[in-house]
Design a protein around this ligand. Structure first.
Ligand code: C2R
Length: 165
């Protein structure tokens, strides 16, 4: 499914999650991180989910972002199979009551199998966290992340200066 250069995987339980998960892909594009993106469902395609999680590290991936809505078991199940860090994105989907079902399904993992859970629909933060993980072994990526944070700080300082007059 990928070449050695691909460092990050984005998976989602359904194509209907794409409008949310695209934000993570956009961050990878912005930072120049090679990534792959596909649909994998623990519920609907358990064998595919197992194969994906089992082979991810040997294919060269360093981090996986997994988004799902409702009874969102995908991130936790993938985390149970791989030793790679898994970042979970709770999606407020059509079958989600109010989003809490997705959040708690991903967040409340048992000891031993962590999933780094971001806020509801926060695929952008998932992308940024994945970049930060990759940057621990890539100085140039670390510099890009520093520049990104400097830009955020500048924007706040400009807003503050504007309001203070
Ligand atoms: P459909 O729109 O395809 O009916 O999916 C998907 O992530 C999506 O948000 C509705 C929602 O079901 C979620 N889904 C899961 C899993 N597979 C699909 N939570 C899973 O394996 O955890």
């Amino acid at each position: 499914m990928s070449t050695e250069r691909v460092k990050a995987g984005i998976i989602m339980g359904s194509k209907s999650d794409l409008h949310i998960m695209q934000d993570a892909a956009d961050i990878f594009k912005e930072f120049g991180v090679e990534f792959e993106m596909t649909v994998v469902s623990a519920h609907r395609t358990p064998e595919r989910m197992f194969e994906y999680a089992k082979n991810a590290a040997s294919r060269g991936l360093k981090v996986i972002i997994a988004g799902a809505g409702g009874a969102a078991h995908l991130p936790g199940m993938v985390a149970s199979i791989t030793t790679l860090p898994v970042i979970g994105v709770p999606v407020k989907s059509s079958n989600s009551i109010d989003g809490w079902d997705s959040i708690l399904s991903i967040l409340q993992m048992p000891n031993g199998i962590p999933v780094a859970t971001v806020a509801l629909n926060a695929a952008k933060n998932a992308g940024l966290l994945a970049v930060q993980i990759l940057a621990t072994a890539d100085d140039s990526l670390g510099l890009k992340m520093q520049a990104y944070k400097d830009e955020l700080r500048k924007k706040v300082e400009e807003s503050a200066a504007e309001l203070e007059g």
